[in-house]
Design a protein around this ligand. Structure first.
Ligand SMILES: [Zn+2]
Length: 93
């Protein structure tokens, strides 16, 4: 079941929905239109949380460094180090 993210639609929302909330719903389930806590209007935000959590954070420069890896970016003329502290700053072929 996917997790959907909702946020207030229009109003300020309540403590529960003001900064958005996530809810597990069946794909076939109806979208929520009202906050379960304050019944204010909410709308589903465009996001795919499982994708966001997956690749985004695991391959972030910070995470790569934390685990002792080094990341290089292909610049066209060579490679430039974008994460990590080991290895040369740039590699030119
Ligand atoms: Zn609310």
């Amino acid at each position: 079941m996917p997790i959907y993210e909702y946020g207030p639609d229009g109003g300020d929302g309540c403590e529960y929905c003001a900064n958005g909330f996530e809810i597990l719903q069946k794909i076939s389930a109806k979208r929520l239109s009202h906050c379960p806590a304050c019944s204010g209007p909410v709308r589903r935000l465009l996001s795919a949380p499982s994708v966001k959590m997956g690749r985004g954070s695991v391959l972030s420069a910070k995470n790569i460094e934390k685990h002792g890896f080094t990341q290089y970016k292909n610049t066209g003329q060579g490679f430039e180090r974008t994460a990590g502290t080991k290895g040369p700053k740039t590699i030119t072929p």
